[in-house]
Design a protein around this ligand. Structure first.
Ligand SMILES: NC(=O)c1ccc[n+]([C@@H]2O[C@H](COP(=O)([O-])OP(=O)(O)OC[C@H]3O[C@@H](n4cnc5c(N)ncnc54)[C@H](OP(=O)(O)O)[C@@H]3O)[C@@H](O)[C@H]2O)c1
Length: 238
């Protein structure tokens, strides 16, 4: 039997790498969209992955990634929208941020966290529908469910990511596509390394999320989870 094909953005480190490892271990062939293809970790080379240059800020990158995957493998069964950025963007920054810097951060957040997964989901959906059990996993965040601190930009984009996931679920449902928005709190990756106040061994580990993602992928079409809220600490309702 041919291996199911799983496309992942940013599978070179952090949560994306943990998901790549876990899906490969569970028999998927990987198609990895990497900003720098040379950053492919040695351990993933053994599974003979498809590796495609993919920069989320390039409007044409999504179509190229999907086309290259279809050319090499002929099918797509799983799409993991993982690549993301957490640029700091507040409504009332202290000290004040100049407008040029603000625009640059806002553009990066929208490009990488919203426009790129939208383009990729749109480009991959026809093939995912042909699979009969296509899966779209989008790494949103608990910041896509509530606004806790003073940040505004990342939070806006992760709310949009949750909406994208629900739209994918709606669009592909009748053809067997099941979409799930993964909404974690703090995870121990480079993205949270500057949070000195966090107990790194007590926050969610990338491997825990990878396990959950693989379970979401494996569930039958008759048992679909639309959102998975994952927290390392107690928050009322979350
Ligand atoms: N860590 C957390 O606490 C947390 C919590 C909730 C949700 N999430 C979400 O989970 C996802 C993965 O986060 P992470 O913690 O693993 O982050 P990370 O360790 O900072 O890794 C970010 C990944 O995104 C890739 N990436 C960034 N900009 C890109 C671009 N322009 N084009 C292509 N790839 C790009 C990076 O590739 P390079 O190596 O080339 O930079 C890297 O693979 C993100 O969507 C994030 O928002 C994270």
């Amino acid at each position: 039997m041919t291996r199911p094909i799983a496309m992942i953005t940013g599978g070179n480190r952090g949560i994306g790498l943990a998901i790549a490892r876990e899906l490969a271990a569970r028999g998927h062939q990987l198609s990895l969209g990497l900003r720098d293809p040379d950053s492919l970790p040695e351990e993933l080379k053994a599974g003979d992955p498809i590796v495609v240059a993919y920069d989320a800020t390039d409007a044409k990158a999504a179509r190229r990634f999907v086309d290259a995957t279809l050319e090499a493998a002929g099918r797509i069964d799983v799409l993991v929208n993982n690549a993301g950025t957490a640029r700091d963007l507040k409504l009332m920054p202290e000290p004040p941020q100049d407008d040029e810097e603000m625009e640059e951060a806002l553009d990066a957040l929208l490009q990488i966290n919203v426009k790129a997964p939208f383009r990729l989901t749109r480009a991959a959906l026809p093939a995912l529908c042909r699979s009969g059990r296509g899966r779209v996993i989008t790494l949103a965040s608990l910041s896509g469910k509530r606004v806790l601190g003073l940040g505004a930009g990342y939070q806006m984009t992760k709310h949009a990511a949750v909406a994208l996931s629900h739209a994918a679920r709606r669009a592909g449902w009748d053809q067997g596509v099941r979409a799930c928005a993964i909404c974690p709190g703090f995870v121990a990756t480079d993205m949270t390394r500057h949070h000195d106040e966090l107990p790194r061994h007590e926050i969610t580990q990338p491997e825990d999320l990878a396990h959950l993602v693989a379970e979401m992928v494996a569930l039958p079409n008759t048992a679909s989870v639309s959102e998975l809220l994952v927290n390392w600490r107690y928050e009322p309702g979350l």
